[in-house]
Design a protein around this ligand. Sequence first.
Ligand code: NAP
Ligand code: MG
Length: 491
Amino acid sequence: MSDGKNAIKLNYDTGWEYAAAPESTDHININDRYELFIDGKFTAPKSGAYFDTINPANEKTLASVAQASKADVNRAVKAARGAYDNVWSKMKAAERGKYIYRIARIIQERAREFAVIESMDGGKPIREARDVDIPLAAAHFFYYAGWADKLDYAFPQKTPKPLGVAGQIIPWNFPLLMAAWKIAPALACGNTVVLKPAETTPLTALKLAEVIQAADLPPGVVNIITGDGSTGAAIVDHDDIDKVAFTGSTDVGRIIQRALAGTDKKYTLELGGKAANIIFEDAPIDQAVEGIVNAIFFNQGHVCCAGSRLLVQESVAKEVITKLKERMQTLVVGDPLDKNTDIGAINSAAQLERINDYLALGQKEGAEMYQAGGKTPKKGYWCQPTLFTDVAQSHRVVREEIFGPVLAIQTFRTLDEAVSKANNTQYGLSGGVWTDKGAKIFKVGQNIRAGVIWANTFNKFDPTSPFGGYKESGVGREGGLHGLSAYVNLH
Ligand code: NAP
Ligand code: MG
């Protein structure tokens, strides 16, 4: 590392290295303790129990956070029901829209603070939190604010009516963005909300509660309660919830679907993925290599739609793998708050253990493992970007979602073989195709059974675009017009 005097200096072992460029933390404010946000106020949990959220890059405690019990879930649902019956469902749609615009604008104003806290609480590189998570979260609020008074146009010849109280449960990989995906369309359609962030990343949701207070939203319209899986289960099971929106693992998705069977609650589930990124021999190879890096190493591979399987045409496989390995050697793994960092900290000790189990398993299954090497900090949870070659379709590292920076590489000869390998999975959330030929893009796009297919790019998001899975990747769609229909009854 440089002494900081020069922006860049030559390291004769590894080539060029950047000087440290840490984002400052002196402008942020994290309380020692956070209560539950119910009925417009921060209120202590009935049980008096709290848990810590840590910074996975240094294992230091950031804050103590309230553990919501069943009694607290009851309070939150009651507040949401009261706000729905008395205020929110009766308010003129254009007025509802104004509140949502206000939330969007305050997030933009406080974007830097949100980005730093997101990076500290979850381990993601500040560059991503700053350029992806926070701007997209604001964009979702802006987008759905615009729909609030135009629902009749969204559903012509129907009379869209809100569902009531939505229970929303989100994961740790895109904490604020997932909250925005869930809260913005619910509010635009006239529903009220009880939202639970993940245990390891509750802070930006609690900051969002502050924004909601600052936006002067009527009390009870949005309630944010922290806790573990039992809190999530209590939301799902609550009799007075009309709709459940869940993003997380397929295993928990199954538990929720079972709990909801036979009830009249509506639900959407965004679950796991094992996307194939297909590189044809006529693809621009250097761009494709960047695309692969973006598809699987982005956000430490903590991405449900990550391109965790690479399918590369046999004739260019050697070139692609060589270039990919060279590129991996230049990826910076380390301090998430450093603006040069490409791969930050793994979200938790448990997730790192899970990834390491898969690294051991892949080798045991007979695959060839490649890691770029390089130093990682002593404290914290880290995983070097990893490739598996010589894999078979039956290998678990090819079939199962690892949720880390780990790529399994297979080859193919024909388009049909690529499509059939891409579809040989229980999942169907996303996919990618890299080629010079538009006809191949359409053919692959039409034949891959997945919710989103990127062509000559990967991991691009926009609030106007629906997102969701086929098969075990989920039920329903979020985003765009489709995302509205998940929060209305149509008569
Ligand atoms: P998860 O266990 O499915 O958790 C997602 C959310 O559900 C969290 O808020 C979690 O709370 C809550 N929850 C846990 N058990 C619940 C239950 N029985 N009923 C209702 N809610 C419950 O996922 P995770 O622990 O965050 O990650 C585990 C795996 O899920 C990952 O390794 C990955 O494979 C997958 N994952 C997928 C996505 C995606 O976007 N598709 C995102 C994250 C993770 P706690 O946080 O308190 O446990
Ligand atoms: Mg944390």
